[in-house]
Design a protein around this ligand. Structure first.
Ligand code: NAD
Length: 491
């Protein structure tokens, strides 16, 4: 089986021959890895590719390469960096079918997907984010310019950025981290999730054909490799997307060297449906907001609060939609929902179904894994639960959603806010102005009206409370990859 190499200082670094597998000759001067990790297709449960398991020497080599490349990359004129990033966008576009296939195979995400949310959207999003981010300006701000002094504020890169990504949107999240970091003049060491390294490795390979050596390095391995990278003294900033638990560890590990952090962590987004909605019209939108990518998106709708006057009617519509949704192998263009991404996540979702049963939840559909190969779980909707149940209070990150009855809008806002997470939230109503006023009372980083989960490359996105620190996207996101220098010239 082929081993897809890591890239350190512009060179492929593979795995040792002692495993009886192809040896990729390393021209970087860095020894090949002694071990590999298998990559599983979650639709079959079978290993279909191998990547090297990086050692601490690889982590050191990758950080050293990024440090060595930093002075020249920082000094590269802005317009040239922008040109190179647009060239990466063009290379992604030229390899779109191949990247879609890799994303589909390793993540289980269907090619098309429910509501168009699939591998095609992931790769198209990666291209769009690359171009929009490449075009973001980084102007010098003039605070004062008079007879006394000229005072300017400059934005400078930080140095080596460590990017650590999860498995749910592997390519897109890598782009969200890497492109603004490079745009601002930083160099990068990227560590993808051990479950989904392949599309990221291919992206890094394509980018390395365009960028100077050492500007973008990628190493593969488990959380141990992530921890070695995130605590490395040569790293100036960590940008991390993943679980809140890992985010806390990264924050602790950043303290000794005061690393800058952007943390995009878990969410348990509430959606509040007001009694004035058209139930039939709103149901498919709510269903997609809950179930796209099988619920494995940080900003999926995860707690659906529905006014008691329409609760039963909306539940019936949602259950009917669940009955019609096509679950299967993502390779089939008709598939809307694929498998869970990994066996551990499937076990977590099963345990949420178990606790909902124990708490007296009424299952309108689903509730079980599907027999046969692959990590499939039936789309599941549960009513009869309230706050205090695990399925309501915590994030399952899978295709299981509680629909919760409420009577009073002020009370439901308070219930939505009584959660440690604060990523997104939404209000659904025939009166968008009233809904917008209510949405602004939700304690979350992004609030939607009559939709949930939409993001765009020029508007900031990030969580508050325990959903994270900092934002990504647009000017606000770009500035997080910079530090300020105030320059005062006396006259
Ligand atoms: P995870 O935290 O287990 O792993 C994410 C990455 O961190 C992986 O690359 C992993 O190898 C690495 N890692 C693990 N331990 C580490 C450590 N101690 N130090 C450094 N790196 C370490 O998360 P996951 O299971 O891959 O992703 C699911 C979670 O991510 C969910 O909770 C979801 O809500 C969250 N998520 C959030 C966003 C967002 O933007 N807010 C987006 C996607 C996923």
């Amino acid at each position: 089986m082929n081993i897809t190499p890591m890239i350190i200082n512009g060179c492929p670094v593979g795995a040792d021959t002692t495993l009886g597998v192809v040896n990729l000759v390393s021209t970087s001067g860095v020894a090949d890895s002694a071990a590999t990790l298998g990559v599983i297709n979650p639709a079959s449960g079978e290993v279909f590719a191998q990547v090297p398991a990086a050692s601490s020497a690889h982590v050191d080599a990758a950080v050293a390469a990024a440090q060595a490349a930093f002075p020249a990359w920082r000094a590269t004129p802005d317009a040239e960096r922008q040109r190179l990033l647009h060239a990466i966008g063009a290379a992604l576009e030229a390899h779109m079918p191949e990247l879609m296939q890799l994303v589909m195979q390793e993540s289980g995400k269907p090619v098309n997907g429910l509501d168009g949310v699939g591998a095609g959207m992931e790769v198209a999003g990666a291209i769009a984010w690359t171009h929009v981010t490449a075009d973001l300006p980084l102007p010098v701000e003039v605070i004062q310019d008079d007879a006394v002094a000229r005072v300017e504020v400059h934005r400078k890169p930080l140095g080596v950025v460590a990017s650590i990504t999860p498995w749910n949107w592997p390519l897109l999240i890598a782009i969200w981290h890497v492109i603004p970091a490079l745009r601002a003049g930083n160099t990068v060491v990227l560590k993808p999730s051990e479950y989904t390294p392949l599309a990221t490795l291919r992206f890094a390979e394509l980018a390395n054909a365009i960028l100077p050596a050492g500007v973008l390095n990628v190493i593969t391995g488990t959380g141990e490799v992530g921890a070695a990278l995130a605590t490395h003294a040569g790293v100036a900033k960590v940008v991390f997307t993943g679980s809140t638990e890992t985010g806390r560890r990264i924050m602790q590990g950043a303290a000794p060297t005061l690393k800058r952090l952007t943390l995009e962590l878990g969410g348990n987004d509430a959606g509040i449906v007001l009694p004035d909605v058209d139930v039939r019209a709103v149901a498919p939108k709510l269903f997609a907001a809950c179930f796209h990518n099988n619920g494995q998106t940080c900003a999926c709708l995860k707690r659906l609060y529905v006014h008691e006057s329409i609760h039963d009617a909306l539940c019936a519509e949602l259950a009917a939609l669940a009955g019609r949704v096509v679950v299967g192998d993502g390779a089939d263009p008709a598939t809307q929902l694929g498998p869970l991404q990994n066996a551990r996540q499937l076990a977590i979702v099963e345990s949420f179904a178990e606790s909902a049963r124990r708490d007296g939840g009424v299952f309108l559909c689903g509730g079980h894994r599907r027999p046969g190969p692959g990590y499939f779980f039936e789309p599941t909707i549960v009513t009869g639960l309230s706050d205090g149940s695990r399925l309501v209070d915590a994030e399952p990150f899978g295709p299981i959603v509680p629909v919760i009855r409420y009577a009073d809008v002020d009370e439901v806002i308070a219930r939505a806010n009584a959660n440690a997470q604060g990523l997104g939230g939404s209000v659904w109503s025939a009166d968008p102005a009233r809904a917008a006023a209510l949405a602004q009372r939700l304690e979350c980083g992004i609030a939607w009206v009559n939709e949930h989960g939409a993001v765009q490359p020029d508007a900031p996105f990030g969580g508050i409370k325990q959903s994270g620190i900092g934002v990504e996207f647009g000017r606000h996101g770009l500035l997080e990859f910079t530090t300020l220098q105030t320059l005062r010239v006396a006259k």
